[in-house]
Design a protein around this ligand. Structure first.
Ligand code: SF4
Length: 238
């Protein structure tokens, strides 16, 4: 839930979600439509779909090691490593956007790529107390070494940091396009969540008011996030 979604949004949704689906079994038995309804407001609905796929595949429990976790639907190396570290204390290197920024600026003088940051992480201390190490890096990245105007004067790394203040490059244009499609996809799923029986494409276009609705409905259907029939569009009932 926290991947690319703000903590303030996640906290209440997380509690609600766990109350509704307290076990893997409960999540596996629900319809995908109900899971998506419960996911409402978090965005990136593929994560909800993948979470449920994982629950349906893992009725006896989740894999314990990075390779097993990495093989689950929608789970990549980063998530697998982070779960192995935070859930089991495994000394496994990984880097989210905050870790990339902190380690990269401190050592390279700029934000690191994921590959660079994982290598730095591997060599710099993820072996000793990996949980505290990664929590510390993430917290510094979220509160001190922020993207704009890092607060270097209060940073524990300031005496060794290589960052000179040169701005990291952000591809704003690309981000804007991605965000825009995502917003409409979210609006479609939300609109469908209000109806158990689905709505016609025409009604959906009226509700969402965006010319991309037909294209994005096709994309959502291809991903299994909505069902399309002659009668209209609805969230999956199974
Ligand atoms: S000293 Fe500044 S740039 Fe370096 S890690 Fe700390 S906050 Fe980031």
């Amino acid at each position: 839930m926290l991947q690319q979604t703000q903590v303030a949004r996640v906290v209440p949704a997380y509690a609600r979600f766990l109350k509704r689906f307290p076990t893997l079994g409960a999540l596996a038995r629900a319809s995908l439509g109900d899971v998506l309804r419960e996911w409402s407001g978090l965005g990136y609905n593929r994560r909800a779909r993948d979470l449920q796929r994982i629950a349906r595949l893992s009725s006896k429990g989740l894999p314990r090691d990075v390779a097993g976790l990495d093989a689950l639907p929608g789970v990549g190396r980063y998530t697998a490593s982070a779960v192995a570290c935070f859930a089991h204390g495994d000394a496994t290197p990984f880097a989210d956007i905050n870790i990339r920024r902190v380690l990269g600026r401190a050592v390279l003088g700029r934000s690191a790529t994921e590959r660079e940051a994982v290598e730095l992480d591997r060599h710099m201390g993820s072996l000793r107390e990996p949980v505290r190490w990664h929590h510390a890096l993430m917290d510094i990245g979220a509160t001190i070494c922020v993207a704009r105007r890092p607060r270097c004067e209060g940073c524990p790394l300031s005496s060794v940091c290589a960052y000179t203040g040169a701005d990291d490059v952000v591809r704003r244009r690309q981000l804007r396009f991605a965000t825009s499609d995502r917003r409409v996809r979210g609006a479609i799923v939300r609109a469908l969540g209000e109806s158990r029986h689905g709505v016609t494409l025409r009604a959906l276009r009226r509700a969402v008011i965006d010319t991309r609705v037909p294209r994005l409905v096709r994309a959502l259907a291809a991903e299994g996030l909505v069902e399309v029939s002659e009668r209209g569009v609805r969230l999956p009932t199974r």
